[in-house]
Design a protein around this ligand. Structure first.
Ligand code: AGP
Length: 608
C-alpha cells in the first residue's frame, strides 16, 4: 500500500522518481521521501505529509543532477507518519538507502539482535532493520547482500536498495508485495505499480516472490534463490492517458464514466455467438461444473459486496449453495473447505493481504480456485489456478467503481456458465441474459446522462449526519455498496439495511427528515418494498428512490426519484449502483473531501 519508484540512467533521477511517486500517490500518502546518488554520496530528503511537501523541500534545496535514485510514498503501518519514519531508511552509517512496501513481521526480533550488536535505530519502523542488516551483510556486492538479508526477513516486502559505494547499481527484491521493473534503452526503472512506468516504457517485468533484480544502465539481471532466471516481458497496453485523469476533475469521476467501456471490454470478449466461453478461460467445463458441490466467495470491501451479488446470482441460476466471506474473517476461522468447493477470490488490486491469505488457504485445502482480478501479474492472478480478468483498466481512485461493476459482470458470467453447465438455467434464459448483458454498457451510459439530476440528489444529502440505504434481495446487496461509497469518500455516516429488517430495531433511528435511499429494481419484491418505504415515510423520512419499476409504483413514495433503465432484475445491480457512485462523488465534492485519496484509506491494503 505504499508507492515505490526507482531509476538508473541518463535522465534526472530526481525528476523520474518524483514523477513516478506522483503517479503512485494513491497507494499511500502520509509521508514521502527519496534518496539520490550524487557526487559519490547518498543524499536523502524525506518528510511527513503529502508528496508536495517533499517536492517543496527538494526544489528549495536544489539537489542538482543525479542518475540513480529511489523514492517512496508511505501508508503508515509501523510508526506514525513523521519525517523520521518516512522512507528511505539508511541505518547507522548512511551507506545504504532502502524503501519498502509491506510488513517485516519479525522486525522486533531482528531489531533486538541488531541493537545487541551496537546498531542504533532512528525510526519506529519495521523497515529500518533492513539497512542495518545490509551493513552487516555487504561485502562489495549489493545484490548478494540484499539476497542474504532477504533470507532473514519474514512477512511481505517489496524493497529497493542503493549503496553509497556503488553508483552503478539499483537492487530490488520482492516477497508478496508488488514490484515491477520497467525496461529502457541504457536506463531502467522500478515501481510498485504500472502508471509510474508508462511515460518511459511499456516493456515491463512483474517480479515474483523471491525475485531479486539488479538494475544497471546496461540492463537488468534477475535471480531467484541464488539462480539467475529469465523473466517474461509484459507489454503494457494501458496508454498514459488511461492512467491519468483524462480531463475529468477526479480519477473517481473518470472511472465512473469509464464503466461503459470497462463493462464492454469485460463482457463482449466472453460472449461469442450468444454463448459464454468460460469453460476454456477458467476451466469451468461441464464436468467440472457438475462436480462442484458448493461455492465459497472470499473478498474485502467493495469486492465483498460484488461477492454478495454473485451469491444471489449463482444460487438462482446454478442452484448451488454459495457462502460469501470477508477475507479477514475467513483466514482466521479455520474454514472447513472441501476439494469439491469452488472458491472464487475477488480482488481488484490482486494484492489485498487478507484476500491473498484466503486464496492460499483455499489452495492448501485443495479447492478449485478462480480469481476475479483487475491486474495482470498481480499476486492473486499469479497464485490462482484460473483467472477471470476484469478489463477495467487502471483504477486509481481509492474508491472502487469500475472494478466493482466489472466484477459484477464477471460473477454474472460465471453464474450463467455454471447454470448452463449444470442444466439449471435454460438455454433460452441464458441467451436472454447474455443478450441483456451486452446492452448493459449502453444502459450505464443512459444513467450517466442523468448526472446533473443525480448531483441535485447528492446535494440534498451532502449535509446529512447519516443516510440509510434500503433494498430487498439483490437491491440490498447493492445498497451495501452504495452506503460504503458514501462513507468512504464523503465521510457521511451511512448504513445499508435489508428493507424488511428495519422494523426489527433500526426503525427507531428513522426520524423526520432522515434521508433514506430506496432501491426498487427487484420486480418480484416491489409490493414488499412499497410497504417498507411507506413505513419510513410515515416517520417523516425523506426518501430518494432509485427505480426501474413502473413510475406509478413509486409515484407517492419519493421526495426525489432517479429513473433507472428497464433491465432483467438479475442484471439490475450493475446499473443501480451507478447513481449511488455519483451521489457519493458529488456529496464528497460538495463537502470538500479529497475524493481520490480519502483520509485513512489506501488503494491497495497489502497488509493485514
Ligand atoms: C473500495 O471502494 C474500497 N476502497 C475497498 O473496500 C476495496 O474494495 C477493498 O480494500 C478490496 O480491495 P481489492 O478489491 O483490491 O482486494
Amino acid at each position: 500500500m505504499c508507492g515505490i519508484a526507482g531509476y538508473i540512467g541518463a535522465r534526472s533521477a530526481q525528476e523520474v522518481v518524483l514523477d513516478g511517486l506522483r503517479r503512485l500517490e494513491y497507494r499511500g500518502y502520509d509521508s514521502a521521501g527519496l534518496v539520490l546518488h550524487k557526487n559519490g554520496k547518498l543524499h536523502l530528503e524525506k518528510y511527513a505529509g503529502r508528496l508536495s511537501v517533499l517536492e517543496g523541500h527538494i526544489h528549495k534545496n536544489g539537489l542538482g543532477a543525479a542518475h540513480l535514485g529511489v523514492g517512496h510514498t508511505r501508508w503508515a503501518t509501523h510508526g506514525a507518519p513523521t519525517d523520521k519514519n518516512a522512507h528511505p531508511h539508511m541505518g547507522c552509517g548512511g551507506k545504504f538507502a532502502v524503501v519498502h512496501n509491506g510488513i517485516i513481521e519479525n522486525y522486533a526480533k531482528l531489531r533486538g539482535e541488531l541493537r545487541s550488536r551496537g546498531h542504533e535505530f532512528y525510526s519506529e519502523t519495521d523497515t529500518e532493520v533492513i539497512p542495518h542488516l545490509l551493513e552487516e551483510a555487504y561485502e562489495g556486492d549489493l545484490g548478494a547482500a540484499v539476497a542474504k538479508v532477504a533470507k532473514r526477513l519474514q512477512g511481505a516486502y517489496a524493497i529497493a536498495v542503493v549503496a553509497e559505494d556503488d553508483p552503478h547499481t539499483l537492487v530490488a527484491y520482492r516477497q508478496y508485495s508488488p514490484l515491477i521493473i520497467g525496461l529502457g534503452e541504457g536506463e531502467n526503472f522500478l515501481a510498485s505499480d504500472i502508471p509510474a512506468l508508462l511515460p518511459y516504457t511499456r516493456r515491463t517485468v512483474v517480479l515474483e516472490d523471491g525475485d531479486l533484480a539488479i538494475l544497471t544502465t546496461e540492463g537488468v539481471r534477475f535471480f531467484n534463490d541464488g539462480e539467475q532466471v529469465e523473466k517474461k516481458i509484459l507489454h503494457v497496453t494501458w496508454d498514459e492517458v488511461a492512467a491519468e485523469k483524462g480531463g475529468f476533475s477526479h480519477f473517481m469521476l473518470k472511472e465512473i464514466h469509464e464503466q461503459p467501456r470497462a463493462l464492454r471490454d469485460t463482457i463482449s470478449p466472453r460472449i461469442i455467438a450468444g454463448r459464454t466461453n468460460l469453460a476454456t478461460e477458467i476451466g469451468l467445463t461441464k464436468e467440472v461444473a457438475s462436480s462442484i458441490r458448493r461455492v465459497v466467495v472470499v473478498a474485502c470491501g467493495t469486492a465483498y459486496h460484488a461477492g454478495l451479488v454473485g451469491k444471489n446470482l449463482i444460487e438462482q441460476m446454478a442452484r448451488l449453495s454459495v457462502e460469501v466471506d470477508i477475507a479477514s474473517e475467513f483466514r482466521y476461522r479455520e474454514p472447513v473447505l472441501d476439494p469439491e468447493d469452488l472458491v472464487i477470490i475477488i480482488s481488484q488490486s490482486g494484492e489485498t493481504a487478507d484476500t491473498l491469505a484466503a486464496l492460499r488457504e483455499a489452495k492448501r485445502q485443495k479447492c478449485r480456485v478462480v480469481a476475479i482480478t483487475n491486474v495482470v501479474g498481480s499476486s492473486v492472478a499469479r497464485e490462482s489456478e484460473h483467472v477471470l480478468y476484469t478489463m477495467a483498466g487502471p483504477e486509481i481512485a481509492v474508491a472502487s467503481t469500475k472494478a466493482y461493476t466489472t466484477q459484477l459482470a464477471a460473477v454474472t458470467l460465471i453464474a450463467i456458465e455454471l447454470g448452463l453447465a449444470r442444466g439449471t438455467l435454460s438455454s433460452a434464459k441464458a441467451e436472454q441474459l447474455l443478450s441483456d448483458l451486452l446492452q448493459i454498457p449502453a444502459l450505464v451510459e443512459e444513467v450517466l446522462l442523468q448526472s446533473d439530476y443525480i448531483r441535485d440528489v447528492a446535494l440534498c444529502l451532502a449535509q446529512s449526519e447519516s443516510v440509510f440505504f434500503i433494498g430487498r434481495g439483490l437491491d440490498y446487496s447493492v445498497a451495501l455498496e452504495g452506503a460504503l461509497k458514501l462513507k468512504e469518500i464523503s465521510y457521511i455516516h451511512a448504513e445499508a439495511y435489508a428493507a424488511g429488517e428495519l422494523k426489527h430495531g433500526t426503525l427507531a433511528l428513522i426520524t423526520p427528515n432522515t434521508p433514506v435511499v430506496c432501491l426498487f429494481t427487484q420486480t418480484h419484491l416491489q409490493e414488499k418494498m412499497v410497504s417498507n418505504v411507506e413505513v419510513v415515510r410515515a416517520r417523516g423520512a425523506k426518501t430518494f428512490v432509485l427505480s426501474n419499476c413502473h413510475p406509478q409504483v413509486t409515484a407517492s413514495l419519493h421526495d426525489m426519484e432517479i429513473r433507472l433503465p428497464a433491465i432483467d432484475p438479475l442484471l439490475a445491480p450493475i446499473v443501480a449502483v451507478v447513481p449511488m457512485q455519483l451521489i457519493a462523488f458529488f456529496a464528497a465534492v460538495a463537502r470538500g473531501a479529497d475524493v481520490d485519496k480519502p483520509r485513512n484509506l489506501a488503494k491497495s491494503v497489502t497488509v493485514e
